[in-house]
Design a protein around this ligand. Structure first.
Ligand code: DHB
Length: 393
């Protein structure tokens, strides 16, 4: 075996998802060099279907990409959502309640924008490079040991290492141990579809029904994204298209869905997780490496962007001014928002889904909870504030 190649940079970032790429962009704006690696191909990263809602603060961070960010031009601003239960819709008017909005702009489009912007900016961004382990976390020379697609060993020596490497994070091993943290499992999953059809509504519909939850989302005038609550062990190919439409429609009583050919189907498992530690010495975790949320309310990528915004400032102080206070405070600062995001995602999930073990008490209490939200300005305002995103630190 040939001897490893060693490269040196200021910040080694594992993972070219939204968190890693956004961090490399913010660091570059501050004049701090980084190397980003990811085990996936660019094609894979740019085409994996994920959620579609950006908080206002996330869009504002992406504005820094200049013309590369298409969130405001291709994405659509949404000023509200509909909460539906007992066959009736109730609009939550974000603009009126909190003067903020969200953008419907899919994560893989955000990734295309970030990759284009980073490559145009001369970023050292390496695809198909797999991080094997991280070393030296308690020294001022931590390093990432990786393998390239050709099987070559690569060592990246840095002043700081960031694990933006998703829920199966390798960096987490040295920060908190791979499996230590706070977990919650859920007894259901989402069946997601993409279809060729006109929109069934102008805004997103979050619908609770006796048959479970459905989310009616969109992608474009001709392509729609929808989800319905299902058993986590369901085989995505066990339904005909007509059965899928019937499953969706029964969960949105009183609102007729516009049907069309379904060209993609997937089952999304639910989990809540927060790692026990977010930083050890000179290695920190951001995004899904640090935490995951259930998808209801689309907080995943937005929490990642918020982590990055905190860590970027901390790294600027450390690397430009030799001031360690921001890095020391990173976990505590980031965790405040992470747990608010966990609470919101858990709350939206439990308020809207029907647990397999739910009895009449649970179902009736749930309707009381939904009424508490839609029949009170205070209730609506909590939802609007959380959904559009608390201001970034
Ligand atoms: C989408 C996904 C979500 O989890 C959500 O809460 C809203 C929208 C989406 O993929 O469009």
């Amino acid at each position: 075996m040939s001897s490893p190649t060693t490269v040196r940079t200021r910040v080694a970032i594992i993972g070219a998802g939204p968190a890693g790429l956004l961090l490399s962009h913010l660091l570059a704006e501050s004049g701090i060099e980084s190397i980003v690696i990811d085990q996936r191909t660019r094609e894979d990263i740019e085409h994996t279907i994920r959620a579609g809602i950006l908080e206002q603060g996330t869009v504002e961070l992406l504005d820094g990409l200049g013309e590369h960010s298409r969130a405001r031009t291709v994405g659509q601003r949404h000023d509200g959502i509909e909460l539906r239960f007992e066959g009736e819709g109730h609009r939550i008017d974000f603009a009126d309640l909190v003067g903020r909005g969200v953008w419907l702009y899919p994560q893989h489009e955000v990734l295309k924008d970030l990759i284009a912007a980073r490559l145009a900016g001369g970023q050292d961004l390496r695809f198909e490079v797999t991080a094997d382990h991280v070393e030296g976390e308690t020294t001022d020379r931590p390093s990432v040991h990786a393998t390239t697609a050709d099987g070559e060993q690569l060592i990246i020596e840095a002043d700081f290492v960031v694990g933006a490497d998703g829920s199966r994070s390798v960096a987490r091993e040295v920060v908190s141990g791979r499996r230590t943290g706070h977990f919650r499992e859920y007894p259901f999953a989402w069946f997601g579809i993409l279809c060729d059809a006109p929109p069934s509504a102008d805004e997103l519909i979050y619908s609770n029904s006796p048959d479970g939850f459905a989310l009616i989302s969109q992608r474009s005038p001709d392509v729609q994204r929808m989800y319905f609550q299902c058993d986590p062990d369901v085989d995505p190919n066990s339904f005909s298209e007509e059965q899928l439409w019937d499953e969706l429609q029964v969960r949105v009583p009183g609102h007729e869905l516009k049907r069309g050919p379904i060209f993609q189907r997937d089952v999304l498992r639910f989990r809540s997780f927060v790692a026990s530690e977010l930083r050890k010495g000179r290695v920190a975790l951001v995004g899904d490496a640090a935490h995951t949320v259930p998808p209801t309310g689309a907080k995943g990528m937005n929490l990642a962007a918020a982590d990055v915004s905190v860590l970027h400032k901390a790294l600027r102080s450390l690397l430009l001014e030799n001031d360690e206070s921001g890095v020391d405070a990173y976990a505590e600062t980031a965790l405040k928002r992470i747990w608010k995001g966990q609470q919101f995602s858990y709350w939206m999930t439990s308020m809207l889904h029907v647990a397999p073990t739910a009895d009449d008490f649970d179902r009736l209490r749930q309707r009381g909870e939904l009424r508490t939200v839609v029949e009170s300005r205070a209730g609506q305002t909590y939802l609007a504030e959380a959904y559009t995103g608390w201001p970034l630190a």
